[in-house]
Design a protein around this ligand. Structure first.
Ligand SMILES: Cc1cc2nc3c(=O)[nH]c(=O)nc-3n(C[C@H](O)[C@H](O)[C@H](O)COP(=O)(O)OP(=O)(O)OC[C@H]3O[C@@H](n4cnc5c(N)ncnc54)[C@H](O)[C@@H]3O)c2cc1C
Length: 270
């Protein structure tokens, strides 16, 4: 198995693939990954969620999980909307996973990786590919938008820095995509991605917690559907092909604070 690549000259890319890019100063070859694509993540996730609701097996509760109590025969999650009881819990809380697992005595570090994203609407749509140009990356987005970002920019998370960096990004992008400078609605977003501290996805039972499963990763849009299926199979007791490198055992246990008890042992927390 491998990745199919093609080598193009900048002139041919401009003539045949991306006529709206300015590639005069680009040194070839340009590498094209023939199978690479992009997905409009918000409607994609909305459809997956709706499909799950349509099965009739999913109850949706919008609330903050405040505390998790594992017991011999169940797990109870105290939320801002009341207590939820179940056989298992899957923690898929992005960077919120760190706080929830720390309270359970095993901190699984999922950091917030801040960054700037930039969108501009240009009709008709002017891009056909996901493009990596040095530290810049940009791609077509829904409704004729172009979405761009910067790999290496460090960002202090403040609004002022977001504005400065997005203006710089817009100026850099306009060198290769000149029509950006005429776009009527340029918008910048300060965002953060959940990134496990060692970069690898996390999938598996929390050490010594047979009712609590954790799933978190940085590439959730790309591998989320497969990872979700493998995790669900494992939670249901089936074997899965998840690599050992993804397991929670790679994280050191934190100070133990949880208690394991039966429901008869006492009142519910929270
Ligand atoms: C700008 C940006 C670029 C991205 N680029 C890519 C990409 O190129 N390729 C790719 O594959 N993926 C990409 N992603 C996806 C991203 O990196 C993650 O993989 C993805 O968001 C993980 O989804 P998740 O549901 O696990 O976590 P999140 O999306 O972080 O969602 C976790 C949810 O849990 C909620 N939560 C946290 N704590 C609690 C609590 N105590 N109680 C209740 N709810 C809680 C949060 O509010 C949040 O809604 C990108 C994301 C962003 C924002």
């Amino acid at each position: 198995m491998g990745v199919a690549v093609e080598y193009w000259t900048p002139g041919d890319v401009q003539r045949r693939l991306e006529p709206n890019l300015r590639l005069g100063e680009v040194e070839g070859p340009i590498i094209r990954l023939t199978e690479e694509g992009w997905i409009d993540s918000i409607p994609f996730i909305g459809r997956l969620r709706q499909a799950a609701i349509d099965t009739g097996l999913l109850a949706v509760v919008t609330a903050t999980a405040l505390h998790i109590d594992t017991r011999r025969d169940e797990v109870c999650v105290t939320t801002s909307a009341g207590n939820l009881h179940g056989t298992f819990v899957c923690l898929a809380a992005g960077s919120g996973t760190s706080t929830l697992t720390k309270a359970l005595g095993c901190k699984i570090d999922v950091a917030k990786d801040p960054g700037i994203l930039f969108t501009a609407s240009i009709q008709p749509s002017i891009l056909n590919h996901v493009v990596y140009a040095g530290d810049l990356h940009f791609r077509p987005d829904s409704n004729g938008r172009v979405m761009g970002g910067h790999h290496t920019a460090s960002f202090d998370g403040t609004d002022g820095d977001a504005l400065t960096q997005s203006l710089r990004l817009a100026a850099e992008l306009a060198k290769v995509v000149p029509s950006i400078s005429q776009a009527p609605d340029i918008q910048a977003y300060a965002v953060s991605r959940p990134v496990p501290v060692d970069g690898l996805p996390i999938a598996g039972w929390l050490p010594e917690m047979e009712r609590i499963y954790v799933s978190a990763c940085h590439s959730g849009i790309t591998i989320g559907p497969l990872l979700g299926m493998l995790c669900a199979n494992e939670i249901l007791g089936k074997s899965s092909a998840l690599p050992t490198e993804f397991r929670t055992s790679r994280f050191k246990p934190d100070v133990k604070t949880h208690t394991l008890r039966s429901t008869e042992d006492g009142p519910e927390a929270g």
